[in-house]
Design a protein around this ligand. Structure first.
Ligand code: FE
Ligand code: FE
Ligand code: ZN
Length: 275
């Protein structure tokens, strides 16, 4: 099954996101748990969450992806920033229990000069404080472009975080195609090789979702600027290989390309046509 969707605005609630997804041919989607720039949490209406669960069940959706605010930094050198990330993620995980089985994706963080090892330690320590044995959400570390002091540009860095987390059964990885390419993994010429490397270092069973984005920049640029599907350095053939790849089958694939809804609908149709 090909599960395709895109990033949607959560301003009108859960059921509305499900309806919007259906209207653009999607059978999964991603949303921000709260305003990415601000800290205020959205109201979590249990009836609205239940209505979405029903819509998803009736329409064969895969798991959906809740994205943490990208401003959170679990490994900042500033204690207040780390504390804010911890409180926000803990609160998000509590609220996501209304949608059991959801994937909660976050950017591991930027070590802001403390060094990669210290960054990895701070991220893992934070996860060890907020994950609970009874939670129904899988927390995903997103592969990053390796911009600045970002943690997660190398598969080894994500593996090192996983190794330090006790409840790692509740952890997975979300592979962002723009990010891994910008980080230097050549999915254009050697998708199989990159997946082999992912499997060797992290284990493919940890791969729970993908972000489908083309890139405005060449391989290894460490930039992280998303482009529309087929209009960047990845190109349409790369996405054709991804949607056809047997090892990626059944995973939710979410677009985060620079588009409004009609553009997303067109990209979803384009990708379905490539399968
Ligand atoms: Fe992200
Ligand atoms: Fe992403
Ligand atoms: Zn990005």
């Amino acid at each position: 099954m090909l599960y395709l969707g895109c990033h949607l605005s959560s301003s009108k609630g859960f059921l509305q996101m499900g309806k919007t997804a259906l209207s653009i041919g999607a059978n999964t989607f991603q949303f921000f748990t709260r305003n990415p720039r601000g800290s205020r949490a959205k109201q979590m209406d249990p009836e609205d969450a239940l209505a979405l669960r029903e819509l998803m069940q009736n329409n064969g959706f895969s798991a959906i992806v809740a994205h943490a605010p990208y401003t959170l930094n679990a490994c900042s050198s500033t204690p207040e920033t780390r504390e804010f990330a911890e409180q926000t993620m803990a609160d998000d995980l509590r609220r996501l229990e209304a949608l059991p089985g959801t994937l909660y994706n976050f950017h591991p963080g930027s070590h802001t000069g403390q060094g990669m090892e210290e960054g990895i330690r701070l991220i893992a320590d934070q996860l060890n404080r907020i994950l609970t044995p009874e939670q129904h959400t899988t927390v995903l570390l997103e592969t990053m472009a390796g911009k600045g002091t970002e943690v997660g540009g190398r598969f080894e860095e994500l593996r090192a975080i996983l190794d330090r987390v006790e409840l790692r059964d509740h952890l997975g990885v979300c592979l962002d195609t723009c990010h891994v390419h910008d980080a230097g993994y050549d999915i254009v010429n050697d998708l199989d090789g990159v997946l082999r490397e992912f499997d060797r270092v992290i284990g493919l069973s940890r791969l729970r979702a993908l972000h489908l984005n083309d890139s405005k920049n060449p391989l290894g640029s460490h930039k992280d600027r998303h482009e529309k599907i087929g209009e960047g350095f990845l190109g349409l053939d790369t996405f054709a290989r991804i949607v056809r790849h047997p090892q990626l089958r059944g995973l939710p694939l979410c677009l985060e390309t620079p588009n409004e809804l009609p553009g997303y609908a067109a990209e979803i149709a384009l990708l379905r046509g490539l399968e």
